[in-house]
Each structure stands twice: as C-alpha cells, then as structure tokens.
Write a protein that binds this ligand. Structure first.
Ligand SMILES: [Zn+2]
Length: 163
C-alpha cells in the first residue's frame, strides 16, 4: 500500500479560507457555505491520516515521527492530528470526544483571524477519531485493503557490517 501525505488543499471561493478535503461535500468552516462537487479522485483527509498513522506507529512507535516535515498547510493539519492521537494514548481519557474538544480549545494558532481553523481541525480530527474508536485503525485498514504484512525494517549499515 502506498502512503500519500500530500493533502488536497483548496480555497473556499466565497471567503478564501484555506481548506483540506475532508469530504466530497463539506461545509466551509469559515462562511458556512455548502461546498459540493469536490474531486472524487482525491484522497480524503482521514484516509491519508489513518494510513500514515498506522505506518508511523508500526515503524516508529509514535503517530508523529520525530522528523516529520511540515511543508504545507495540509501537512500542518496532519501533524496536529498525529499529536492529538499521541497525546490521547498518553493521557488515556475516559471520554475521547470531550478530550478532542479540549485539545482544540487549547490549540495555539499563529493568527487569531484564523479562528475558523479550530473548527476545521475539529471536523478533520473527528473523522479520524470516529474510525479510531470503532472499528479501530488497523481493523479499518484490514477491512479496506486486506490482511497486512508486518513492516520489514531495513537493516542499518552497522548491522550489515557486523552480520
Ligand atoms: Zn468559506
């Protein structure tokens, strides 16, 4: 299975808010306009998030790799999503949805005028959280793509030298 991390980003035609493709029909978190006719050949945010989360967790032990490169606004949304799930598993709260509400409230944004981003992050992470809770990321991926093979780690130059 290939991993795609570049998100499909676009702007709302009405208010020019920067958006990530969460659903093929979605409501703009800034101006509440219904945006339809979004491209069906683009991967939705939660699909990218879930695939990469599974890969990174199995390979690194964290959802957010230590050297994750944030090169675009869509990467930033993925990065916040990874942080949320790492934090969630660390804290193990009784109510995950309430934990998300709290996480989003405390999120530091660069610019207060980007307050709509809070709603957009919340909408995006919620789509991942629903699957995370039921049936779970690994089960979801298995149902969608079939049984998964364990990740084979490449041996390091040092291991090759001594073997
Ligand atoms: Zn808008």
């Amino acid at each position: 299975m290939s991993i795609r991390t570049n998100q499909h980003c676009f702007e709302c035609k009405e208010c020019l808010a920067k958006l990530v493709l969460i659903a093929h029909e979605m409501t703009c978190p800034k101006c509440s306009r219904l945006i339809s006719g979004l491209p069906h050949d683009e991967t939705l945010f939660y699909e990218n998030a879930i695939s990469t989360m599974s890969f990174y967790k199995r390979d690194h032990g964290f959802y957010r790799p230590l050297a994750f490169y944030v090169g675009s606004w869509g990467d930033m949304m993925l990065s916040v999503t990874y942080q949320f799930f790492d934090f969630l598993e660390q804290e193990n709260p009784a109510d995950e949805k309430e934990f998300l509400d709290d996480f989003i409230k405390k999120l530091k944004l660069d610019d207060d005028s980007d307050e709509y981003l809070r709603k957009h992050y919340h909408d995006a992470i919620s789509t991942v959280l629903v699957i995370y809770l039921d049936p779970g990321i690994e089960k979801y991926l298995e149902e969608k793509f079939g049984p998964r093979e364990p990740i084979k780690r490449k041996s390091s130059w040092f291991q090759r030298l001594i073997s």
